[in-house]
Design a protein around this ligand. Structure first.
Ligand code: C5P
Length: 397
């Protein structure tokens, strides 16, 4: 089942150049399983043909109030009732003004007045229009009524200027919708997630690192956020995309990661330590680039602190989740780590299996608790595994 299966989303497209980006939004929402209906203003239909949305949604697209349209008797009421959520994208200054003041002079604004569904608006317009006190006041009015504003981004605008006013990226808009529907099982909780691999310098240009992509941890941070938690993501080197809405702290070395984690530790309800922390660091980091003058080069390494173990020793109220990436005796080693690091549970995976571990989008893991119970999960995407881990965390805090 997809994240939005069974959800009815009504999208209002108003007349901005960014209307074309909403085609992508609709397409993504459909792929996530949502039932989507689109209503356009006349101005919007100047930018994108209603037929485009019609083909993607497989539903009629309504523009006119009195078109005597298809399927519904009193169309604005039927569409208002259909929606579990209403998204307006792009939302023009004119639309925001009308919505803020209850003006209903076309089909879309009439629906907006008639619906009891929660509403989200994604403004997009010229910077000066966005920053105009009238527009800002209208946004405040809507926000005070519980409308979620999906903030415009800064960038190059169609009018040739650069500034705030670009429609939020389709991916981000869809993430907000998914978040809206996700059960808020972690609301009021603060979760610290570590991810990625630490970087241990050798000299100013070289370092020791590992194959961690950060994907698993970033998906965990995203899932925790989705379920209403306040999330701090402390990350070493990673290629994954930072999830929107999390507090992101970038670090390099294991020592930096330790300091960043300890700074937050007292204030969090759970720590999920998915980072691949380098076990050793170079003892004497060269101040200058090392020359290739000798046939061999010996680097002396010293042990890094085990961050998770230290958290286990200092634990007072926090739930601690560790990771165990092994290539043999996975369950046995993982059980040992629960005791050694004073964990509540551990996510163990055999990284030698195909479809598990570093770099790939899937994982094959077992969740093991303090009592030693093992839940062996089949191969699944890292996003799905993150969801399982987060549900476990939610049950336990
Ligand atoms: O002992 P091992 O390195 O296999 O344990 C893995 C777990 O411990 C992971 O959760 C990892 O993030 C954490 N760890 C740590 N500090 C280290 C090494 C590993 O917190 N120096």
């Amino acid at each position: 089942m997809n994240e939005l299966t069974g959800k009815n989303i009504l999208i209002g497209v108003t007349g901005g150049i960014a209307a074309y980006k909403v085609v992508e939004v609709v397409s993504r929402l459909k792929k996530l399983g949502a039932e989507v209906r689109v209503v356009m203003t006349r101005a919007a239909a100047e930018f994108v043909a209603p037929r485009t949305f019609q083909e993607i949604t497989k539903n009629p697209v309504s523009v006119e109030m009195f078109a005597g349209t298809v399927n519904f008797h009193v169309e604005h009421i039927a569409l208002a009732n259909f929606a579990d959520v209403v998204l307006i994208a792009p939302a023009t200054a004119n639309f925001l003004a009308k919505a803020a003041h209850g003006i209903a002079d076309d089909l879309l604004t009439t629906i907006v007045l008639a619906t009891t569904a929660p509403m989200m608006v994604a403004p997009s317009m010229n910077t000066r229009m966005l920053e105009h006190p009238a527009t800002q006041a209208n946004l405040k009015i809507l926000e005070s009524r519980g409308v979620k504003i999906i903030d415009a981004e800064i960038g190059l605008l169609a009018c040739g200027t650069s500034g705030k006013g670009r429609l939020s990226e389709p991916e981000n808009i869809c993430a907000e919708i998914v978040k809206f529907f996700a059960p808020k099982i972690l609301s009021g909780k603060k979760i610290l997630v570590t991810a990625g691999g630490t970087i241990e310098p050798i000299d100013p240009v070289r370092f020791i690192c590992n194959r961690s992509s950060g994907k698993m941890g970033y998906e965990i941070a995203r899932a925790a956020q989705l379920h209403g938690a306040e999330v701090i993501l402390i990350s070493g080197n990673a290629t994954a995309e930072v999830p929107a809405g999390v507090k992101f702290v970038k670090v390099e070395t294991a020592l930096e990661m330790r300091a960043a984690v300890l700074e937050e530790y007292e204030n969090v309800d759970a720590v999920i330590m998915s980072a691949a922390v380098s076990d050793y660091r170079v003892k004497n980091v060269a101040a200058q680039k090392i020359k290739k003058s000798n046939e061999t080069l010996t680097l002396e390494l010293v042990k890094n602190p085990d961050i998770l173990k230290e958290l286990g020793q200092r634990k007072n109220h926090q739930l601690l989740v560790g990771f165990a990436a092994e290539t043999e005796n996975v369950i046995e080693y993982a059980r040992g780590k629960i005791a050694e690091k004073n964990l509540d549970f551990i996510v163990a995976n055999d990284v030698s299996q195909e479809g598990a571990g570093f770099g790939v989008d899937t994982n094959i893991a077992s969740l093991i608790n303090r009592a030693g119970d093992v839940e062996s999960l089949p191969k699944m995407t890292k996003a799905e595994l993150a969801e399982r881990i987060i549900r476990r965390v939610a049950e336990s805090i």
